[in-house]
Design a protein around this ligand. Structure first.
Ligand SMILES: Nc1ncnc2c1ncn2[C@@H]1O[C@H](COP(=O)(O)OP(=O)(O)OP(=O)(O)O)[C@@H](O)[C@H]1O
Ligand SMILES: [Mg+2]
Length: 268
């Protein structure tokens, strides 16, 4: 892993929003998989959420996004200026207006559209344009969004935007580009660098730093802990559905519970 430790933690120029999760419970078939009492994400510009397989990390993120309904509890967005919006009271459509965006651990289907068209669709989501109109007015939409799309594609090394994404890595990167095009205020990334070579992992970490420096709050779920230790100023540790610990990376990586339940002896 070639992330540079010297510029380890991003310094935010602008304070970003926070997400507060209270009394949030989710069960599947009578088994509680998430039970979060009170968790605030976004105290720091870039935070990590780690824990063993099946801890409930993805489920918790999906609960924030409304893609899994909560059994009970609330999720709120706290703006730096002091406003609070109870996201869990909103429809998914209304939520999109608040700029809370999530990448996917399991990648969406990019097989049916070209790389260019799938990104164009994402860009239109941001501006609330209707896709059928957009495809009818292709030229105008291209002009509006093409610079940004080309910039991202070039950065991540895509040479044929009219082709299709083939590999899992390409799909993962395109999903990140899709998130960037939505201009998130709060970005949740579920294993953004899983399976990527070091060079692309470095590019993703650079993009995350830039976003955070511009005021987007970022939360990263990742098993590649080098990414977490290098990027995150605050880390939550989740196991068996609960957030057991929250603190600075040093405290988390040395904590006995984290070592026992996740890292294993000798990791620190
Ligand atoms: N739709 C579902 N139906 C039933 N059980 C589910 C569903 N989604 C998740 N689970 C279960 O909930 C638990 C938490 O899963 P989740 O995917 O949130 O874990 P995770 O922390 O993201 O794990 P990983 O690190 O492997 O991605 C697991 O036991 C999983 O099998
Ligand atoms: Mg997961």
């Amino acid at each position: 892993m070639a992330v540079d430790a010297d510029d380890a933690v991003a310094t935010a120029a602008v304070a970003g929003p926070q997400i507060r999760i209270r009394g949030a419970v989710k069960s599947f078939s009578g088994r509680v998989v998430v039970d979060v009492d009170d968790l605030v994400l976004g105290d720091q510009p870039i935070e990590g959420l780690i824990g063993p397989n099946g801890a409930g990390k993805t489920t918790l993120m999906r609960m924030v996004m409304h893609s899994i309904p909560l059994d009970r509890g609330t999720v709120s967005l706290l703006s730096p200026g002091g406003g609070e919006v109870v996201l869990s009271d909103l429809s998914a459509y209304r939520m999109a207006h608040h700029g809370v965006v999530k990448s996917n651990q399991v990648i969406m289907d990019f097989d049916k559209l070209t790389i260019w068209d799938s990104l164009l669709l994402a860009a239109t989501e941001r501006s609330n344009e209707r896709p059928h109109r957009i495809f009818g007015e292709e030229e105008a939409a291209f002009v509006r969004h093409e610079d940004e799309m080309r910039r991202h594609l070039e950065y991540f090394g895509f040479t044929d935007p009219m082709g299709f994404a083939r590999s899992a890595g390409e799909k993962k990167l395109l999903d990140i580009v899709r998130c960037l095009l939505l201009q998130p205020r709060f970005l949740l990334l579920d294993e953004p660098t899983a399976g990527l070579p070091d060079e692309l992992t470095d590019k993703v970490t650079r993009v995350i730093r830039e976003l955070a420096a511009a005021g987007t709050s970022v939360v990263i779920v990742e098993h590649d802990l080098n990414v977490i230790w290098n990027l995150c100023a605050e880390v939550s540790f989740m196991a068996e559905g609960r957030v057991i610990l929250k603190g600075n990376p040093q405290m988390i990586r040395e904590h006995r519970t984290v070592v026992e339940k996740y890292l294993g002896e000798g990791h620190v």
